[in-house]
Design a protein around this ligand. Structure first.
Ligand code: MG
Length: 163
């Protein structure tokens, strides 16, 4: 059980989730520098969620006595353009993660690994929600524009997450 192809891929997923966490933290930092505290707060919440995702994989591997080997995480970009470009980058990242989760599920099916399949169901649903949430924000940003009073209104709306 310990050194299956799937366990190795689940271990790699810890890194991918931490890459996401780090990316959102960098996005938060970027938003702080342009004085969009609500956007920054939303991104920090997202960063924490991604860390929690990494820990779900970490705990799952330990529970089954498999090896956890922490891999180096990527340096994220430092600036992200307009708030619309920022969320488009976030969507791109979520779509990438969705593909990785689906690949893990395919491996779990191939290996008849039922516990992994059950664990991954949660992530499959979570990715649908994540993409939907980011897409909704992109649509709203397109609706109101990314300048002036509209962006301050969006900033207040995004600040509500985690309240
Ligand atoms: Mg995630």
């Amino acid at each position: 059980m310990a050194n299956t192809k799937l366990n190795k891929a689940l271990n790699e997923q810890i890194k991918h989730e931490l890459d996401s966490s780090y990316l959102y933290l960098s996005m938060a930092s970027y938003c702080e520098t342009i004085n969009l505290d609500g956007f920054a707060s939303w991104m920090k919440n997202q960063s924490i969620e991604e860390y929690e995702h990494a820990m779900k994989f970490y705990n799952f591997l330990h529970e089954r006595g498999a090896e956890v080997e922490l891999l180096p995480i990527d340096k994220p970009p430092k600036s992200f353009g307009s708030t619309l470009e920022l969320f488009e980058k976030a969507l791109e990242n979520e779509q990438k993660v969705t593909k990785l989760i689906h690949k893990l599920y395919e491996a779990a099916l191939e290996e008849n690994d039922y516990p992994a399949q059950v664990m991954l169901h949660w992530f499959i649903e979570e990715q649908v929600e994540e993409e939907d949430m980011v897409r909704t924000i992109i649509e709203k940003l397109k609706m109101v524009g990314t300048q002036g009073a509209a962006i301050l209104m969006m900033d207040r709306e995004l600040a509500k997450r985690g309240e």
